[in-house]
Write a protein that binds this ligand. Structure first.
Ligand SMILES: C[S@@+](CC[C@H](N)C(=O)[O-])C[C@H]1O[C@@H](n2cnc3c(N)ncnc32)[C@H](O)[C@@H]1O
Length: 295
């Protein structure tokens, strides 16, 4: 039985980050003090002006009353710590959130927490098994071994990521476990990709906030070659939970590649241009799209 990701983990994290933002506001006196990175100060001030902290804190205590199902806070502690350094400079060396520069840290975070639970839930949702053909957009360092073991020698797993150091870590694990059917490509998933093979499933787990959503979906349809299933996991969809997206964006904007959290509406609008599809929203974090035909 899988844990409910949305309730026990992402919501817990949201409550935790509300508390962190409250302490940040008090410790930095952000509304009345100036710091060298005026752009980041401006964004925090706007957030504080719009926010009724009293009611948000009540919500936070409610959200953290259910403990998380996994060790999921390390990335968020780093985001919080980095937010203080970002007041000095947006590229302060103590901001350790780069997918290339800080790949060793990302590797630790990707093994656990929301990323691991999302992986397990995706595999269960798709009933992934031996022989399936999967392409994973923004695969990182942990997913190739996880999905490679499930699809087995009769299947195919291709992981695509722009970060060479994260792919190198994945390569070591794949080689050590003799998963010859796992293939890793260093590319941007929002540039035009060529697929020699057709896949049954496309996985987009925690990637759309770092990429051009339309370009990624176009590649996904191409990889499926007409029909198949796309699973999208996002920490938050901005139209479903705008208040949560607003707070998360203040912190995630410290990750160099971050653009903005996707909305379900924009994803469906793009898909309507490319294909016929059916979709299902699972919990608040997963979108399962069955592609029926290309237009
Ligand atoms: C938060 S991690 C998620 C990794 C993996 N999907 C998982 O759930 O474990 C985001 C990944 O996307 C990659 N990434 C970010 N922007 C990308 C882009 N435009 N093209 C390819 N990879 C990208 C990063 O290098 C990183 O490995």
């Amino acid at each position: 039985m899988l844990k409910s990701l949305s309730v026990s983990d992402v919501d817990f994290i949201y409550g935790y980050m509300i508390l962190k933002s409250y302490f940040f506001k008090i410790k930095t006196n952000i509304e009345n003090s100036d710091y060298p990175n005026s752009e980041y100060v401006r964004r925090w001030r706007e957030f504080c002006n719009r926010t009724d902290f009293e009611s948000l804190l009540r919500k936070a205590f409610d959200l953290i009353s259910t403990p998380p199902s996994s060790d999921c806070l390390n990335l968020f502690d780093c985001l919080d710590r980095s937010s203080y350094f970002a007041l000095i400079h947006k590229e302060h060396p103590n901001i350790t959130l780069g997918f290339i520069k800080d790949a060793d840290l990302w590797d630790l975070w990707l093994r656990e927490g929301i990323f691991r639970v999302a992986r397990e839930k995706t595999a269960e949702m798709l009933s992934l098994s031996n022989g399936d053909k999967v392409v994973d957009f923004g695969c990182g360092s942990s997913s190739p071994l996880f999905y490679g073991e499930i699809v087995g020698p009769n299947g195919l797993y291709s992981g695509i990521d722009f970060s060479k150091p994260l792919l190198n870590l994945a390569r070591i694990r794949v080689r050590e476990n003799h998963l010859d059917w796992v293939n890793l490509r260093q590319e941007y998933v929002d540039t035009r990709l060529i697929f020699k093979r057709r896949y049954d499933y496309v996985i987009c787990s925690s990637i759309l906030q770092y990429a051009d959503v339309g370009a990624v979906l176009r590649n996904a349809i191409e990889a499926l070659g007409g029909n198949g299933v796309i699973v999208i996991f996002s920490e938050v969809f901005s139209d479903l939970e705008p208040e949560k997206a607003e707070l998360f964006e203040l912190y995630y904007s410290l990750i160099p590649q971050f653009k903005r959290f996707p909305s379900v509406t924009e994803i469906l609008n793009y898909l309507s241009q490319f294909c016929e599809y059916r979709y299902k929203l699972l919990d608040k974090n997963f979108l399962k799209i069955e592609v029926l035909d290309v237009i």
